[in-house]
Write a protein that binds this ligand. Structure first.
Ligand code: IMP
Ligand code: MG
Length: 188
């Protein structure tokens, strides 16, 4: 049942759904208290890892929203980030004066989202907030704190629910620690 590269399941699909619902409620309440143009926020998912989590939160957010997506590169397939974020595919929406909510699977060094956040502000966004499924605060290289976090974790390499190893395993219906001892001789 559980994938052979899984060491331990940390968060099940049910737990993630439950947490996403709580976060969506906080998000609704937050934006209801803000002066938002046309009462519509722009949720920008960072592909590809955001997909399962973004779907979860979208199911629960009731505040009016548009959605768009961005592809960033900073991770070179394996278990280490390269630390030099680049835009591979940009959003197709004008961000001027917009309230933006960035949705991400995991924040590690923080370099990717620091870059994206600054990029939106440079292009005239009024407010940029961040929601992440998992946060690894001990791994931070920059001073970046997400506004909403599903779960805080240590510095173990995680897979599932959007999080990949070599572009695989995003489809696991849970967040798990990866059995990295097996990776050395692993064949897909
Ligand atoms: P950053 O270091 O915060 O810039 O994170 C960059 C990217 O690294 C994230 O968007 C993920 O794609 C990836 N990443 C960080 N930690 C993990 C992990 O534990 N598993 C899978 N991908 C990760
Ligand atoms: Mg990612």
């Amino acid at each position: 049942m559980k994938h052979p590269l899984v060491k331990e399941i940390l968060y099940t699909r049910t737990e993630i759904a439950q947490r996403s619902q709580e976060l969506a409620l906080e998000i609704d309440q937050h934006y209801q208290s803000q002066d938002v143009v046309e009462n519509t926020i722009l949720i920008v998912g960072i592909l590809k890892g955001c997909v399962p989590f973004m779907a979860e939160i979208l199911n629960h957010i009731t505040y009016e929203c548009e959605t768009d997506y961005m592809v960033m590169s900073s991770y070179k397939g394996g278990v280490k980030a390269s630390g030099d974020p680049k835009i591979v595919l940009d959003i197709n929406t004008n961000v001027k004066n917009r309230h933006i909510l960035i949705a991400e699977d995991v924040i590690d060094s923080g370099l990717t989202l620091e870059f994206v956040k600054n990029y939106f502000y440079t292009r005239g966004a009024k407010d940029v907030k961040i929601i992440t499924l998992v946060d690894k605060p001990t791994k931070r290289a920059v001073d970046l704190v997400p506004d909403w976090t599903g779960f805080k974790v240590g510095d173990e390499f995680l897979i599932g629910f959007g999080l990949d190893y070599e572009e695989r395993l995003r489809n696991l219906p849970y967040v798990a620690t990866c059995d990295i001892a097996k990776l050395k001789d692993w064949k897909w």
